[in-house]
Design a protein around this ligand. Structure first.
Ligand code: MLT
Length: 309
């Protein structure tokens, strides 16, 4: 049994895996797609995070592959149809890193409303721009959460102290008692877009959510809206976002994810240089605690499956 870890897991999780499966050959090394395509033919289990794309090509080369284990939530980097066709099981750890993502969202909101990045950058440049950096309070604002799953619910919980009205949109109907329990109001997508001061996205990327936030939606938004995307690049049309940042309708954006990662196109670099964009390199789940939870949960699942193979 050869288990290959292509994107590193928390050390504690790797140790647990080694202890639980002492006879397995366990290797850890990041191979880029061309090398992985060659190496994967000998692996029984492939462990990845978001950096590795388990494409059709990789899956088809994995002649012995029985399991792809994704440390994290999103499965958009795994060709699920190809995996199914080749009888390869795919597992992930939904929920295990949600708290870290939700905390980052709150960080983004505060960062944009209170100019934390511009304040730091201008101070470093020796400037004292106190007058230019007038911000906003969160309290009294309306937060719109698009997608009320693990992360959406945690964002709601974390902003409780800020005394905000919280609108949620979800494709599933949220029972009245659940809305009451979380103190949210489920509304239509359009209602959320039109009435929120802050919009945060928590949906996967698929055909239905690609460019979910585009020109049409920006047009409907309130002036001075801020938008946070710690879900998946591609859910926001970056070209439209730049346009509405530049014309001042959008006050600011918090971006942890991008249509292309890493972002290198001219448009993306322009977006990143906009003074009201706060951005991070897809680190929503990159905390010590989340990586520990993700790793340990994934290892438990792998061991369970491998022992029954
Ligand atoms: C996830 O899907 O779990 C997150 O995007 C985090 C990650 O993969 O790094």
């Amino acid at each position: 049994m050869w288990i290959h870890i292509n994107d590193p897991l928390a050390e504690e999780a790797t140790e647990k895996l080694k202890k639980a499966l002492p006879d397995a050959k366990i290797t850890i090394e990041h191979f880029d797609k061309d090398i992985l395509k060659e190496k994967v033919k000998d692996f029984d289990v492939l462990i990845i995070r978001s950096a590795t794309k388990a494409t059709k090509e990789i899956i088809e080369s994995g002649k012995k592959l029985k399991l792809i284990a994704r440390a994290g939530m999103g499965l958009d980097n795994v060709d699920l149809d190809a995996a199914k066709e080749h009888n390869i099981k795919v597992i992930n750890t939904p929920g295990a890193n949600s708290l870290s993502v939700a905390e980052l969202v709150v960080g983004y909101i505060l960062s944009i409303y209170r100019h934390l990045v511009t304040g730091t950058v201008t101070l470093r440049e020796g400037k004292w721009e106190k007058k230019k950096l007038k911000g906003y309070e969160l309290s009294g604002k309306t937060l719109g959460i698009v997608g009320f799953g693990h992360i959406g619910k945690l964002v709601r919980k974390l902003v409780t102290g800020f005394d905000m009205e919280v609108l949620v949109f979800d494709v599933f109907e949220i029972p009245e008692e659940v809305q009451k329990e979380h103190n949210v109001k489920q509304v239509s997508f359009e209602e959320l877009i039109k009435n929120s001061d802050i919009i945060t996205l928590h949906v996967p990327l698929n055909e239905k959510t690609k460019h979910l936030i585009s020109e049409n939606e920006f047009e409907m938004m309130k002036d001075n809206v801020i938008i946070i995307n710690a879900a998946r690049g591609g859910v926001i049309d970056e070209k439209a976002l730049l346009k509405y940042l530049e014309n001042g309708k959008v006050l600011g954006a918090g971006l942890d994810v991008f249509e292309e990662e890493p972002p290198t196109s001219e448009l993306q670099l322009k977006l990143l240089k906009h003074p009201m964009v706060v951005a991070t390199p897809h680190i929503g789940a990159t905390t010590k605690e989340a990586q520990r939870r993700v790793g340990l949960e994934l290892v438990d699942k792998i061991v369970d499956i491998v022992k029954n193979m």
